[in-house]
Design a protein around this ligand. Structure first.
Ligand code: SF4
Length: 163
């Protein structure tokens, strides 16, 4: 079963969102916020950008000397999800024999960055997350808990959850 970085991200954002995404129900192109994210991605790091895609699972915005990976985000609003997405890339690259020293979350719109390390004790949490993701994407039933409506307003799946 293929688990991508974006699935790890969605798992921590909203389990229903992960479920929709895993069933190929993609409405993200309709979301203005996603469009803004893409524009930031395209223009902020042009000169240094060397994005890498490994086995359709790891999709890193850019990598420095195969030691430091960067993930570009537009805001810190769902920081926990971004942190675990980067930890997942470090974890998976390590499994493939690439020792990454650290990840960096870049927030170009607010000119901030955050260093992410994969600590020994993260392994158990990572494996729990991956196990739960597998259960969600295997299930025919959508997870029942929705987020607060004020948060859902910005989600591309809003109409599927609320109308
Ligand atoms: S609308 Fe809310 S509950 Fe539904 S997928 Fe989006 S964030 Fe999750």
């Amino acid at each position: 079963m293929k688990i991508t970085g974006i699935m790890v991200y969605y798992y921590l954002v909203c389990k229903r969102k992960l479920w929709y995404f895993s069933k190929d129900i993609t409405m993200e192109h309709n979301s203005e916020l996603v469009e803004i994210g893409k524009i930031l991605d395209e223009y902020s790091y042009d000169r240094r950008k060397k994005s890498i895609l490994v086995k359709d699972i790891i999709n890193v915005d850019f990598v420095e000397d195969w030691k430091i990976i960067h993930e570009i985000k537009k805001s810190k609003s769902i920081e926990e999800a971004s942190i675990w997405q980067v930890k997942y890339y470090i974890y998976m690259l390590k499994k493939l024999g690439v020792e990454i020293e650290k990840g960096i979350l870049d927030y170009p719109s607010i000119k901030e960055r955050e260093v992410i390390l994969f600590e020994e004790e993260d392994t158990r949490e990572m494996e729990n997350i991956l196990e739960e993701i597998k259960n969600i994407i295997k299930s025919e039933k959508i997870p029942k808990d929705k987020l607060r409506k004020s948060i859902c307003n910005k989600c591309a799946y809003y109409e599927l959850c609320y109308i």
